[in-house]
Design a binder for this molecule. Structure first.
Ligand code: HPA
Length: 277
């Protein structure tokens, strides 16, 4: 994408013209994990299609909204509806909203998603706090970008997930009496699910869960200086030696069970981070 900096700038300007709002935090909510949006005191809801330069597919009519409002005592901007690599978007397109939300002033990014569990100790409907990731997409959202106004060319990736937010989320979960897992999230391109051999490989590589999102957004979030937290709903557990077929119905059902746990941790983490910060 040429003129990425200008696109980010123009989109942020366009949004500022539509609504005077400086978010403190940005949320990206995965499919079936949009619960927090129901608890937002909404100030404005702007469809992606109304925002200049926002990626839009010709296939899907309504991809989502950018929702502005108050949540957990903070001013937030929420991406309700996510863009995925497997839908055919480029990684630069997928991550453009991350840059826009940062440009609007947000300092914290919280991302949630569904994932397949690989750690044999995990159970379906568990919540995992992401501590690190493996980018197995075969691509990088920063490829081809050489514009210092967008951030470092070679961003440090030793701690893309903010240690303080990880600690706050863990403590919040403990106090809420919600068991959580911690682990490494591997991102694959999808949309086909993993073979048994791929599942074994991912586990050998050190992954605790596998999904088709999160990592591009987090790479860009790191480049632009967000403090980032990622929470994954473990919707199925894949064990290569006795692997069951992954049923989409079960994935959706388990996402539904995990969703309120994940939403409660997310909300409490945001609230506590303000007090600590
Ligand atoms: N693999 C990849 N992505 C997923 C899975 C899975 O098993 N479950 C939910 N998202």
């Amino acid at each position: 994408m040429d003129n990425l900096y200008e696109h980010v700038h123009d989109a942020a300007e366009d949004l500022r013209r539509k609504i005077a709002f400086k978010p403190e935090a940005a949320l990206i909510l995965g499919t079936g994990l949009g619960g927090p949006v129901n608890r937002i005191e909404v100030t404005a809801r702007i469809p992606y299609g109304d925002i200049v330069h926002m990626p839009c597919s010709t296939v899907q009519e309504h991809q989502g909204d950018l929702v502005f409002g108050a949540f957990a005592g903070r001013d937030v901007v929420v991406m309700q509806g996510r863009l995925h690599f497997y839908e055919g978007y480029s990684l630069q397109q997928i991550t453009l909203p991350v840059r826009i939300m940062r440009e609007l002033g947000a300092e914290i990014l919280i991302v949630n998603s569904a994932a397949g569990g690989l750690n044999p100790l995990f159970q379906a409907a568990d919540v995992m706090i992401v501590t690190d990731h493996l980018n197995l997409l075969g691509a990088n959202p920063l490829r081809g970008i050489c514009d210092e106004r967008l951030g470092d060319r070679f961003p440090d990736m030793t701690r893309p997930y903010d240690p303080l937010l990880i600690e706050t989320a863990g403590q919040a979960a403990l106090d809420l009496k919600i068991p959580v897992r911690h682990g490494v999230y591997a991102a694959v391109a999808g949309p086909s699910l993993e073979t048994r051999a791929e599942t074994r490989m991912l586990r050998l590589l050190g992954a605790d869960a596998v999904g088709m999102s999160t990592v591009p957004e987090v790479i860009v979030a790191t480049q632009v200086g967000f403090r980032t937290l990622a929470l994954a709903a473990v919707t199925n557990v894949n064990l290569p030696d006795c692997m069951e077929a992954v049923s989409v119905e079960r994935v959706v059902a388990n996402a539904k069970i995990a969703e309120p746990k994940l939403a409660a941790i997310l909300e409490e983490t945001l609230r506590r981070d303000k007090i600590r910060g």
